[in-house]
Design a protein around this ligand. Structure first.
Ligand code: C2E
Ligand code: MG
Ligand code: MG
Ligand code: MG
Length: 290
């Protein structure tokens, strides 16, 4: 009995595995079509300097408008696409789009605003990445420090030697590097010590927790102190309430983003929103009625 049960559960496991494989192929296929049909776009979330309220730039978050399923979240499709060849194509499209936006910032009178983009592990390790970025800088004549590349701790720990070498090369070429979702990805203090990065983004889980949980508050506090002592800066993500802004200012956190400051803004209305909510370089928040 036990043996046949074991056999059964193996079979079920096997079926769900192949089901997932089919889903992945189907999704990859649909995503390819979506790129051709221009169904991908960015939503841009403001990043501000906490003590001054200055708008530093935006994180570009991918959006997929699916004809039947409506809006599909990157939290769903990126983890699946991440292990496909297509992720590279989509990734280069994102970089291309970021440069277009930076050009637009220049044209519309916001030449200092930065764009941060998220890089999947496969993109980060792609040997064409650095030559491609250098080519874009040459063509557009934009400053490399306007482009911030976010990689997760998970990418970092997948091959520390290799990733830190790539990070250092990107920094040497003038690009900005941040570590996303910090605190969730098993990177140890010894990695942090030799991590070539400008920014550490403290994961939303800790920012959520710090309001009611003293341990989370202490973790945020110590992380900010430690990161700053290592000559990097801290970005807090997922700020949803005034009290978090107050606490993070107290702690001395450098930068912030989150729904309380602004929700991700569809690219189509980005410049209208800039006109409305950014004056003298200061981002006005919370938005009335937010
Ligand atoms: P992430 O890079 O950590 O981005 C932050 C996510 O938190 C975004 O979700 C953002 O909309 C959301 N968020 C921001 N502020 C708040 C807040 O105050 N409260 C709450 N509850 N959520 C907030 P989104 O846009 O669904 O993106 C999810 C993840 O998908 C991103 O996490 C990133 O890992 C990935 N992703 C997004 N765009 C891209 C892309 O172009 N390329 C790659 N490789 N990954 C991407
Ligand atoms: Mg990110
Ligand atoms: Mg994040
Ligand atoms: Mg996240």
């Amino acid at each position: 009995q036990a043996k046949s049960l074991g056999g059964n559960s193996y079979q079920i496991f096997d079926e769900s595995m192949s089901q997932r494989a089919i889903d992945k192929v189907a999704l990859e296929d649909e995503a390819r079509g979506a790129l051709v049909n221009d169904n991908f776009s960015f939503a841009l979330q403001p990043q501000i300097e906490l003590d001054t309220g200055k708008l530093v730039g935006f994180e570009a978050l991918l959006r997929w408008e699916h004809p039947e399923r409506g809006f599909v979240s990157p939290g769903y499709f990126i983890p699946i696409l991440e292990s496909t060849e297509f992720m590279l194509t989509l990734g280069y499209w994102c970089i291309e789009s970021a440069f277009k936006l930076l050009k637009k910032f220049n044209t519309y009178g916001y030449p200092n605003l930065k764009i941060a983009i998220n890089l999947a592990g496969i993109q980060f390790l792609d040997p064409d990445l650095i030559p491609y970025l250098e080519e874009k800088i040459k063509d557009t004549k934009l400053k490399p420090e306007l482009l911030e590349l976010e990689l997760t701790e998970r990418t970092l720990v997948s091959d520390v030697e290799k990733t830190t070498a790539i990070m250092q090369q990107l920094i040497d070429k003038g690009f900005i590097i941040s570590i996303d979702d910090f605190g969730t990805g098993y990177s140890s203090l010894s990695y942090l010590k030799r991590m070539p990065a400008h920014y550490i983004k403290i994961d939303q889980a800790f920012i959520d927790g710090m309001v009611n949980n003293d341990a989370d508050k202490q973790i945020v506090n110590s992380t900010v102190a430690m990161v700053q002592n290592l000559n990097m800066q801290v970005i807090a993500e997922g700020i949803e309430q005034q009290i978090q802004v107050d606490m993070l200012k107290d702690i001395g956190c450098d930068m912030a983003q989150g729904y309380f400051i602004a929700r991700p803004i569809p690219e189509a209305i980005l410049f209208d929103e800039l006109e409305k909510y950014c004056s003298d370089g200061i981002w006005q928040y919370p938005k009335p009625g937010n």
